[in-house]
Write a protein that binds this ligand. Structure first.
Ligand code: 5GP
Length: 190
């Protein structure tokens, strides 16, 4: 998506060789029109997969996952970052390290909103080391649902997350692949 690449160049602020601040596009502000276009693109890439639910993790994946679910005409379910100690017998939980926050959080998805009849498309904002994605993939597997694939807005190719998840046999569709942030320059992979 050339338009998305242009916006990444406009809005992205390189924090280090590893981290790109995208608050202006994904993590603080969103452009509804561009987000709907991203949803259309994911929906077309997974049009034949028979998706019954789109899932994501709160909060930055929600906007683009909503756009995708809207295009596919299916519900969106977002895993919540658990802030309560109240036991929910219907919750599927996983503990995941947070790349940007440097802390560990628990994510949870209620069995009310995912079942073994589902074909699930997982949409997320950015994949780096893949910890957040692996956590939600484990939850989807434990629910008995079929994971048809993972759509990410940005794959940071210089970190191992996407590669290791592909090695598990899971299909990942990135809209944009970033090869490097070295030298203060955003270099795209293709
Ligand atoms: P992972 O678990 O794959 O290492 O990191 C995934 C999550 O961390 C993403 O959902 C995203 O919110 C955040 N993240 C990882 N790398 C970056 C980055 O370079 N920039 C921003 N803004 N967020 C990132």
């Amino acid at each position: 998506m050339d338009k998305l690449k242009e916006r990444i160049l406009q809005e992205g602020v390189i924090v280090s060789d590893q981290v790109l601040n995208l608050d202006g596009l994904l993590n603080h502000q969103v452009d509804p029109q561009l987000t709907m276009e991203m949803g259309k693109e994911f929906a077309s890439r997974f049009a034949e997969a028979g998706v019954t639910r789109v899932v994501t993790v709160e909060s930055s994946g929600i906007a683009v996952a909503f756009a995708t679910a809207y295009e596919l005409g299916v519900p969106l379910v977002f895993a919540r970052r658990k802030k309560t100690l109240l036991a929910d017998p219907d919750a599927l939980c996983e503990r995941v390290p947070s790349f940007t926050k440097g802390i560990v959080t628990d994510i949870m998805l209620s069995r009310h909103y995912i079942s073994e009849q589902d074909k699930v498309l997982f949409i997320d904002d950015i994949i780096a080391n893949g910890d957040a994605a692996r956590g939600l993939i484990k939850i989807i597997e434990r629910s008995g649902a079929e994971l048809v694939g993972l759509g990410v807005v940005i794959e940071k190719c210089f970190q191992a997350g996407a590669r290791t998840i592909r090695e598990q046999g899971i299909s990942i569709e990135p809209l944009v692949r970033i090869q490097s942030l070295e030298g203060g320059v955003i270099t795209f992979a293709d």
